[in-house]
Write a protein that binds this ligand. Structure first.
Ligand code: SF4
Ligand code: SF4
Length: 472
């Protein structure tokens, strides 16, 4: 495939230049995005809260109209034409600019929220002020940087989710899983925690679908204290907790969190593989699948990347386990030192390097440069656990009808996890890989119907792998 990295051109899914309607609709969406950056850069110059609805409206109308113009006039079937000739999706100039802007946003969000206009001691300005109206509407107070992030994140998944569904509208599995991530992001990750926190501020801000170790602060002292009623913790008297309304809900959060980790997740992973979480529920996966869809082909397919991936993701898992053990040690013993190691320091370093830099800044900011699943593939400890379960204790596999494969390579190209699916297809080998998130795109783009995502008897999976055969 060709690659014109210096090109600034944008073309439609047929590879042709954009039609007039596509240009206008795209222009509307771009103006909506521009209003966000104008609000951000304007400081105290404008009353940016007036920008909110015009911006959201323009982005919504522009994106939906563009989606309609791009896909509705074509017969069903996936069109990924021209991706390597588009500056946004071939690591060209627009791609780099987009990556740098998203990265800058994340850096400000995590480390310099005042640069976004957040002012906890007074009135917000610039970007954060822009979202004050919606924050007052939902929770009756001014916006914080995390509220703004939640709104933008959820909006991106919803609006790009509609685009994704339109693009893959002939494929019921793609429609199902996209509606699922849209539902979980909007209901469970955004609305429910906001509403519950508004009703009772003593409760922790709790995302009911997020679990340890992705939610690495689940076992933090402050979080445990909020979930476990202080009276209950001191007296261990069940009647105390049962008589406290907030304490009972807090306890439910704790029990649900533990059930998710030790019961619900392993059972679902046994039946469905890691896709039940990574492709149907998780917010990180949700954003990667919807907003990140145009970048999925940028994932590195080399054997070297696979080796790095396995080392990194399992190393993060080991580190999060150690960090959590130290955190729990401090919680129960009251001592901030374990064998001379400052447990708070370990927790802080993990939060900074993995929770903020890796999961946030690199995880999303690098979509246009390294593909959409950088975090899921190289860093997420939740994906590491699910991957081990999927590889060794699951019924899930992708079966291949090797005799039908024409070696076109579409499956490998569009695998966001960098799996060389064609290698397996050419050999009629099941794809049983820890990293596979079960997105099903490989099967969707295959012109010969070679690949099928299936659940079946665990011992019927063909487990021969390139790493063992040494063929690759
Ligand atoms: S192998 Fe297929 S289902 Fe698995 S992550 Fe890659 S594209 Fe998705
Ligand atoms: S997309 Fe289908 S035909 Fe093409 S290489 Fe993959 S399995 Fe073979």
């Amino acid at each position: 495939m060709g690659n014109s990295t210096n090109s600034l051109s944008i073309a439609n899914s047929d590879g042709a230049t954009l039609t007039a309607r596509q240009r206008i609709s795209l222009g509307l969406a771009v103006v909506g995005v521009f209003l966000i950056f104008l609000a951000w850069l304007s400081g105290n110059l404008f009353n940016t809260s007036n920008f909110l609805w015009p911006s959201l409206t323009l982005m919504t109308i522009g994106t939906l109209w563009f989606t309609y113009e791009t896909y509705a006039h074509h017969p069903d079937g996936i069109k990924n034409n021209n991706l390597w000739f588009n500056s946004l999706t071939n690591r060209g100039t627009i791609g780099w600019i987009t990556g740098i802007l998203i990265t800058a946003f994340y850096v400000c969000l995590y480390f310099f929220p005042s640069l976004l206009g957040y002012n906890p001691d007074g009135a917000n300005i610039s970007l954060i002020k822009m979202f004050d109206p919606i924050s007052y509407m939902i929770k009756g107070e001014a916006a914080s940087q995390w509220f703004v992030y939640g709104v933008l994140y959820t909006f991106a998944i919803l609006i790009m989710g509609v685009k994704f569904i339109m693009k893959y509208r002939h494929n019921s599995y793609q429609i199902f899983r996209t509606i699922s991530v849209m539902f979980f992001q909007f209901g469970f990750a955004f609305m429910l925690p906001e509403i519950m926190y508004t009703l009772n501020e003593s409760l922790p801000y709790y995302d009911w679908k997020n679990m340890w170790p992705l939610n690495y602060y689940f076992f933090d002292s402050y979080n445990l204290d909020k979930m476990i009623d202080p009276g209950f913790k001191q007296s261990m008297d069940l009647s105390t907790i049962m008589n406290e309304k907030s304490g009972l809900i807090g306890l439910m959060m704790l029990v649900w969190g533990l059930l998710m980790i030790f019961v619900v997740s392993p059972i679902l992973a046994f039946f469905f593989g890691k896709r039940w979480y990574c492709s149907w529920v998780c917010g990180c996966g949700g954003l990667a699948e919807t907003a990140g869809d145009p970048f999925r082909h940028l994932s590195d397919k080399s054997l070297k990347a696979w080796k790095i991936e396995r080392w990194m993701i399992h190393l993060v898992l080991v580190i999060v386990v150690i960090m959590t053990i130290l955190t729990l040690y401090t919680y129960f013993s009251g001592s901030g030192k374990f064998l001379g190691v400052d447990t708070y320091w370990v927790r802080k370093v993990y939060g900074f390097l993995i929770g903020s830099i890796f999961a946030g800044v690199i995880g999303v900011g690098f979509y246009p440069l390294m593909g959409s699943r950088v975090w899921c593939r190289f860093g997420c400890p939740m994906a590491a656990i699910l991957g081990i379960q999927q590889k060794y204790f699951s019924k899930f596999r992708i079966t291949t009808n090797g005799s039908q494969c024409i070696s076109c390579g579409n499956c490998s190209t569009y695998c966001e996890m960098g799996i060389d699916v064609r290698w397996y297809a050419q050999r009629g080998q099941d794809v049983v890989r820890a990293s596979c998130v079960g997105c099903g795109i490989c099967a969707a783009v295959c012109p010969r119907g070679v690949l099928k995502l299936e659940n079946g008897p665990q011992d019927s999976r063909k487990l021969e792998m390139p790493e063992f055969t040494g063929i690759k």
